[in-house]
Design a protein around this ligand. Structure first.
Ligand SMILES: [Ca+2]
Length: 298
C-alpha cells in the first residue's frame, strides 16, 4: 500500500519513523512463545457476541506481565506483530471469521514502532492468514493516541478504508479528555475498567462514565464498558444506554476455546427508561428518581 500519503500531515512522526526503520535493532524477532486468551465483548441488546478480545498470555497461560517484561524498545515492533499474528491464527483456528463476532486486537505500537508499518503489516498478516479485514477491530490505547491527533486520524481513515474498525482503548485510565472523542474519529471507545468498577457506588466515576457515553453518542461512536464484574455495574451501565460490555460478569478469558457467556436474568431492554422519562443512573440510592442528566438510551 501507499504509505507516503499517511505521513503528509505531520513532520515529527515520519522523521522518527524513518529513524526507527533504519535501525537494525528494530528488525529483531520476538522469540518468547505467546498465546492469546479470548474474552467475549457481548451485545446485550441482541444477546450475541460482538467481538472477542485477544489478551496476551504466556505459552502455558502465564499472565501478560511475564511476557511484557521481555519487551524492549528494540523488540517492541516484532512483539506487536507477533501478538497480532497469534491473535489471527487462533481466531482462524476457532473459525471466528465464520460467525458474526469480530476479533479485537490490542495495538501497542508506540512512536518508535511505526503506526504506518502497523497498517501495512496488519494487511499482510490478514492476507497470509486469509482473515477478513472487516472482522478486525484494532484497539489503540489512549496513551498512543496522544501522539498526534491529525496524523492518527489519517491512520484511522486508512484502516476504515480497508474495512478495519478501530477503538480507543482504556479510555479514562489516565486523563479522560472528552475532546479526544471528537479529535480522533474511531468507531468505538472502550471505557477503562478503573471507571467501571464499582461505579454504582461511586457517583463521581458514574458521572464521568455518563459524560463519556453522552459524548460518544453525539459523535456516533460505539461504547464498550470494560471490566464489568457485578450485576449492579451491569444495571447502571444499561440504564445509561451502554449495550456492549466485557468482563467477568459475562465471561472470563479462555485459552483453549472460545468461552461461552451467560446473559443476565434482567434483560437489557427491561432496564431502559420509558420513552420521555429522564432519569440519572448515577443515583445509587434511588435509581428511579428524576434527574439532572439525560438518559442516553436511544
Ligand atoms: Ca484492550
Amino acid at each position: 500500500m501507499e504509505l507516503s500519503s499517511l505521513s503528509a500531515s505531520t513532520t515529527m512522526v515520519p522523521v522518527l519513523l524513518s529513524q526507527a526503520l533504519a535501525s537494525t535493532h528494530l528488525r529483531e524477532s520476538f522469540d518468547i512463545p505467546i498465546r492469546m486468551a479470548f474474552q467475549p465483548i457481548v451485545d446485550l441488546r441482541s444477546k450475541t457476541v460482538f467481538a472477542y478480545e485477544a489478551l496476551l498470555r504466556g505459552k502455558h497461560g502465564e499472565a501478560a506481565a511475564t511476557i511484557l517484561r521481555h519487551v524492549t524498545e528494540q523488540n517492541r515492533y516484532a512483539f506487536d506483530n507477533a501478538c497480532r499474528k497469534q491473535s489471527m491464527i487462533q481466531a482462524s483456528q476457532w473459525r471466528v471469521q465464520d460467525g458474526p463476532a469480530r476479533l479485537a486486537v490490542n495495538v501497542r505500537a508506540n512512536i518508535m514502532c511505526s503506526p504506518e508499518a502497523c497498517v501495512e503489516r496488519t494487511l499482510d498478516l490478514a492476507d497470509q492468514l486469509h482473515f477478513p479485514l472487516s472482522k478486525l477491530i484494532l484497539e489503540i490505547t489512549q496513551h498512543e493516541l496522544l501522539l498526534d491527533y491529525v496524523y492518527l486520524n489519517h491512520l484511522v481513515e486508512k484502516f476504515r478504508g480497508y474495512g478495519i474498525h478501530t477503538a480507543i482503548d482504556d479510555f479514562g485510565s489516565s486523563h479522560a479528555d472528552l475532546t479526544l472523542l471528537a479529535e480522533v474519529e474511531t468507531d468505538i471507545v472502550k471505557i477503562d475498567m478503573t471507571l467501571v468498577r464499582g461505579l454504582n457506588k461511586n457517583p463521581s466515576n458514574c458521572l464521568i462514565v455518563e459524560s463519556i457515553v453522552q459524548q460518544a453518542d453525539r459523535f456516533r461512536i460505539q461504547v464498550i464498558a470494560e471490566g464489568v464484574e457485578t450485576k449492579a455495574e451491569y444495571e447502571v451501565l444499561s440504564r445509561m444506554g451502554v449495550y456492549l460490555m466485557q468482563g467477568y460478569y459475562f465471561a472470563r478469558p479462555a485459552l483453549a476455546h472460545l468461552p461461552p457467556w451467560k446473559a443476565p436474568r434482567t434483560s437489557w431492554q427491561s432496564l431502559q427508561a420509558a420513552p420521555g422519562i429522564r432519569i440519572s443512573p448515577c443515583h445509587a440510592e434511588s435509581p428511579s428518581a428524576p434527574l439532572k442528566t439525560a438518559n442516553m438510551a436511544a
